[in-house]
Design a protein around this ligand. Structure first.
Ligand code: NDP
Length: 258
């Protein structure tokens, strides 16, 4: 049995998930990093996870499919034999921003499949492994961490399907937190604001101006490491009497102001 704790981080080939995986690797976790890209294409990105020197594997898998989710779990169990932490981070924006009066069923299915369905069913499958582990591995305190967004409660009518997927992740968090409390598994939602990654690069100038003009009380872009630090805190055990908790990592965006 692996003595390192083991973390599965989806969407770790770049952006926020990559920073989360690197942070947890630095803290001694063995890491299963998940992405859809060929490993060779993202090898340079994965270097910051590998450099911690802890066990590491890359699972090339599509989290929106059952086969993809099963292959991630098989990879974790075959290589490391346990899962202590699941971070449901993989997510996409709509390929094209479309007014809610024009949004297509195809885009809705894609965004909900990758952002929401994956979070629900990967949590379900991993929770069933974790509850077994709680009885078998002394001292284990498994955690599930869902990365949602300020879009869980902020309307953007040009990407309704994204907002809906993130609002639903908030309920997925509540449901699993409720069901898994008795199993010794805590569940958290991290709600990032505007974070500097590929996802936001297409709207960089717009957000530069909004931030400069005071959109967020803390007037800077969030960085992937800001989100990674929050994941580290909930995984640390320092919040073990809190479950279903939301941690805003948004520079204060959520504060109503007058
Ligand atoms: P990026 O676009 O930079 O990275 C997305 C990651 O998800 C990549 O690693 C990608 O891997 C992976 N991914 C996408 N589709 C799939 C799939 N079907 N199966 C497995 N992996 C997949 O996004 P961010 O890092 O910005 O976002 C990460 C999360 O944070 C998302 O859930 C996003 O909604 C959320 N978020 C982001 C904010 C921001 O401002 N950036 C704000 C609030 C929330 P690959 O390229 O290999 O497919």
């Amino acid at each position: 049995m692996m003595t390192n704790r083991v973390a599965v981080v989806t969407g770790a080939s770049r952006g926020i998930g990559n920073a989360i995986a690197a942070k947890l690797a630095d803290e001694g976790y063995a890491i299963i990093a998940v992405g859809t890209s060929d490993m060779e294409k993202v090898a340079a990105n994965l270097q910051n996870i590998r450099q911690a020197g802890n066990p590491f594997a890359y699972a090339q898998a599509d989290v929106s499919t059952d086969a993809g989710r099963q292959s991630i779990i098989a990879c974790a169990l075959e290589k490391f034999g346990r899962i202590d932490v699941l971070v449901n981070n993989a997510g996409v924006a709509p390929k094209t921003r479309m007014d809610i009066l024009e949004t297509t069923e195809e885009s809705m299915d894609r965004v909900l499949g990758i952002n929401l369905k994956s979070t629900f069913f990967l949590s379900q499958a991993v929770a069933n492994i974790m509850r077994r582990e709680v009885g078998e591995i002394a001292g284990i305190a498994p955690k599930i961490v869902n990365i949602s967004s300020i879009s869980a409660y902020t309307s953007s009518t040009m990407r309704a399907e994204y907002c809906i997927s993130k609002a639903a992740i908030s309920m997925v968090t509540q449901l699993f937190a409720d069901r898994l409390a008795d199993e010794g598994i805590n569940v958290y939602e991290i709600r990032p604001g505007i974070i500097n990654t590929d996802m936001t690069s297409v709207v960089k100038e717009k957000y530069d101006a909004l931030i400069a003009n005071g959109l967020t009380p803390i007037k800077r872009w969030g960085q992937p490491v800001d989100v990674a630090n929050a994941v580290s805190v909930v995984c640390s055990g320092m919040l073990n009497f809190s479950t279903g908790e939301v941690i805003n990592v948004d520079g204060g965006f959520h504060i109503r102001r007058l």
